[in-house]
Design a protein around this ligand. Structure first.
Ligand code: NAG
Ligand code: NAG
Ligand code: NAG
Length: 516
């Protein structure tokens, strides 16, 4: 189906034309792009001629500091409501938690909450994360303000939203609330149940990296494995070609200055490659491009699947229109860069490091910003998650990426390396890492997804079940159903539905008991 652009896509597309692409930010941009694509498809379905209800937007006044009752400052938090399936005040409420980005109306029209709502007559509500999208406090993003940005604050918001929205929509006090979320928001869903079991009856956590980690070298282990996975179009040759392409980029970087100019044109590095730090930005962005093809493999709206990337790296004909210099893998990588930058509407794959730092330092409110500064802050103060490639066997350039990531925390927020390391350890002790000990949380992961190694992939007892979907990428289970979905993905979606049935059955029993 051909779906026209939806109005709220405007501002996001506009920035991405100019936005930077530091490695982490390229992955974020890909994620945004895919999410917007899928949300607009879901909305396209909901906006057909016989559609009855549009999602409604609402705002909650929330305390800026929920942990200090004498601080009276507040901010407005956005939520979306889809009540078209809600038939009875006793019905369940499916709360879709937002993560490190803005939430559109599609957030209550797609994914598990929207798909399962008709069966259960559920009210579907989504809650945008504080400091992202339009839920940014008016005072802006300076470091003093950002003290009020953390997963703990987000959980406090979810708890208070649960109470306020119950009143607002006259939800029965015995209605079970079920949390949903994907990626970081999947962790929030799991933690909401862990910390507020009296408010949230159960949670479905998709691709939730519940373990914080400073040096996330395992990310590229999975990327490497996935490039060899024949089920998704990978092969030993493909992984070898990826390595060869990176080796050639490095070789050219070590060559004369003349080579740098060609390289920047060919690989979309805006600005010169004179400084080592700018070369590292380019190599990091190239790694993120390959990582992104793996992380979002097979998803609607993804510019490049593993199969397509491998085809390019292994020298599809047509890779060398115009100047045919370089080896086949290098030309394939170059073509992959063109595909991705074109798809994201970006002119550049990478920009000079100094420009990245300058952009991350901007504290003024930018409604259209995709939240790079905020997410960097959360990685520096809670999660780390810095993707590195220093272990032998990593197929890409083995650059010391960790120091340069940590240097960003220092340059942008004045946070020392030791404070970042300490924050990561604290996060794991506060939430329990990969053994959170929450009950009634279903963890879902795909084994192609590099993030699954930080999640729960084995059941932790009967009340903490887990699904690991073969050959599935990041949050694929939440994507709209497609005819091309694999049997294992279909089966996993069925299991989610069955699990929910079991839990809602339990909730019903306790509702009846409560009424007696
Ligand atoms: C709590 O808020 C009050 C009023 O803004 C402020 O004076 C006080 O320092 C805050 N306490 C903490 C521990 O942040
Ligand atoms: C709220 O729901 C109860 C039944 O659960 C009903 O009696 C009452 O009239 C409702 N109030 C509003 C304002 O809808
Ligand atoms: C092709 O690019 C190489 C550098 O990659 C350059 O040396 C050569 O002159 C170019 N050839 C043409 C025909 O543009």
């Amino acid at each position: 189906m051909d779906i026209g652009p939806v109005p709220w896509l405007g501002p996001l597309l506009l920035v991405s034309l100019w936005a930077s692409s530091a490695p982490a930010s390229l992955l974020r941009r890909l994620g945004e792009h895919i999410l917007r694509f899928q949300e607009s498809s879901a909305l396209g379905l909901g906006l057909g001629p016989d559609s009855v209800t549009l999602p409604k937007e609402g705002w909650l006044e929330q305390p800026l500091d929920p942990f200090n009752a004498s601080d009276r400052r507040s901010f407005l938090q956005r939520y979306w409501v889809n009540d078209q399936h809600w038939t009875s005040q006793d019905g369940p409420v499916f709360l879709h938690l937002g993560g490190e980005g803005s939430l559109g109306p599609g957030s209550v029209m797609r994914g598990h909450p929207a798909n399962l709502a008709p069966i259960w007559g559920a009210l579907v509500i989504s809650l945008e994360h504080r400091f992202y999208g339009l839920s940014i406090p008016a005072e802006g993003l300076d470091t003093a303000q950002l003290r009020f940005l953390s997963s703990r604050h987000a959980l406090a918001d979810a708890a208070s939203a649960r109470l306020t929205l119950s009143r607002l929509f006259n939800v029965s006090s015995t209605s079970p609330w079920i949390c949903f979320g994907g990626s970081y928001a999947g962790s929030l869903a799991a933690w909401a149940r862990l910390k507020f079991p009296h408010l949230f009856f159960a949670s479905i956590a998709s691709s939730a990296p519940v373990r914080a980690i400073l040096d996330f070298s395992k990310y590229n282990d999975v990327v490497s494995r996935s490039l060899m996975n024949t089920a998704i179009g990978g092969s030993l040759e493909c992984r070898a070609a990826a390595s060869a392409a990176f080796a050639e980029v490095e070789r050219r970087l070590r060559a004369s200055r003349g080579a740098w100019a060609t390289l920047s044109v060919e690989l979309g590095a805006c600005g010169s490659l004179e400084r080592a730090e700018d070369q590292a930005e380019l190599l990091g962005a190239l790694q993120a491009l390959v990582g992104g093809a793996v992380q979002y493999d097979g998803q609607a709206g993804a510019p490049l699947s593993v199969r397509q990337l491998c085809r390019l790296l292994l020298g599809d004909r047509g890779n060398c229109k115009g100047n045919c210099s370089g080896s086949a893998p290098y030309r394939g990588l170059r073509r992959a860069v063109q595909v991705v930058t074109h798809s994201l509407g970006q002119r550049c794959l990478s920009i000079p490091r100094a420009e990245t730092v300058a952009q991350l330092r901007v504290t003024e409110l930018q409604v259209s910003s995709v939240g790079d500064r905020q997410w960097l802050y959360q990685t520096c103060t809670e999660f780390g998650y810095y993707v590195t490639c220093e272990v032998p066997g990593c197929p890409f350039s083995q650059l010391p990426a960790l120091p340069s990531e940590l240097e960003l925390c220092e340059q942008v927020f004045g946070l020392s390396t030791s404070s970042v390391a300490q924050a990561v350890a604290q996060t794991n002790s506060y939430y329990g890492g990969q053994t959170p000990g929450a009950t009634q949380v279903l963890f879902i992961n795909g084994d192609t997804d590099p993030w699954h190694v930080l999640s729960v992939t084995q059941p932790l007892g009967s009340s903490e079940p887990a699904l690991l979907i073969p050959s599935a990428s990041h949050c694929l289970d939440m994507a709209p159903e497609r005819p091309s979905d694999s049997p294992s993905l279909r089966l996993a979606r069925q299991k989610v539905s069955q699990q929910l049935q079991t839990w809602l059955g339990l909730a019903k029993k306790s509702q009846v008991r409560g009424a007696v």
